[in-house]
Design a protein around this ligand. Structure first.
Ligand code: GDP
Ligand code: MG
Length: 175
C-alpha cells in the first residue's frame, strides 16, 4: 500500500503560558503517565517526541516545552515560527495566568498571522475549591481567538489524552 510507505506526518507543538501553569506537567503526564508535585524549573527550551495512533492515521508529535521566565522569552518567537500548533496553557486557579494568555496569543499572531492553529488549555481542574476561572470564561476566550478550548488536570491525567488526540485530529494531514 502506498499510504503505508509514505512518511509519517510530523507536527511541532509549542507549549506557551506563564511560569507554573503546568506546561511541563502536561507534557510529562502525556509522555510517561506520571506526575510530580515538586516544581522542576524548565531551563530554556526542551523537546520530546511521541507517536500517536489515531483511528485513521499515525502522527508523530514533537512537543516543545518553553520556560516562562522573561530571560528566555526572546527565544520563543523562533519556536513559534517553526511550529504547527501553539498550545497556550493557563491555570484555572490563577486569574492572572488566564489574563496573560492574551500576551501569548499576541506572540503567536506576530509570528504566524492568521494561519496560526491555537489551542487554549485550562489546567489544574483537580483544584476545585481554588478554582477562579470558569469553563464559560475559557470557552468565550477561545471562541474569540478561533481556538479550541479544553480543560485538563496533569495531576489526575483527566483529559490529557483527549487534548492530544483532539489536537492531532484537527491538524491538516500531509504537512
Ligand atoms: P510550568 O512552569 O508551566 O512548566 O509548570 P509545571 O509543570 O512545572 O508545574 C508547576 C507546579 O504546578 C508544579 O508544582 C506541579 O506539580 C503543579 N501542577 C501542574 N499541573 C498540575 C495539576 O493539574 N494539578 C495540580 N494540583 N498541580 C499541578
Ligand atoms: Mg516548565
Amino acid at each position: 500500500m502506498l499510504s503505508s510507505m509514505s512518511p509519517m506526518a510530523k507536527y511541532k507543538l509549542v507549549f506557551l503560558g506563564d511560569i507554573y501553569v503546568g506546561k511541563t506537567s502536561i507534557i510529562t503526564r502525556f509522555m510517561y503517565e506520571t506526575f510530580d508535585n515538586n516544581y522542576q524549573a524548565t531551563i530554556g527550551i526542551d523537546f520530546l517526541s511521541k507517536t500517536l495512533y489515531l483511528d485513521d492515521r499515525t502522527v508523530r508529535l514533537q512537543l516543545w516545552d518553553t520556560a516562562g521566565q522573561e530571560r528566555f522569552r526572546t527565544l520563543i518567537p523562533n519556536y513559534i515560527r517553526g511550529s504547527s500548533v501553539a498550545v497556550i496553557v493557563f491555570d484555572v486557579t490563577n486569574k492572572q495566568t488566564f489574563d496573560s494568555t492574551d500576551r501569548w496569543v499576541e506572540d503567536v499572531k506576530n509570528e504566524r498571522g492568521t494561519d496560526a492553529i491555537m489551542v487554549l488549555v485550562g489546567n489544574k481542574t483537580d483544584k476545585v475549591e481554588e478554582r477562579c476561572v470558569t469553563t464559560e470564561e475559557g470557552t468565550a476566550k477561545a471562541k474569540e481567538l478561533g481556538a479550541m478550548y479544553i480543560e485538563v488536570s496533569a495531576k489526575t491525567g483527566d483529559n490529557i489524552k483527549t487534548l492530544f488526540k483532539q489536537i492531532a485530529g484537527g491538524l491538516p494531514s500531509g504537512e
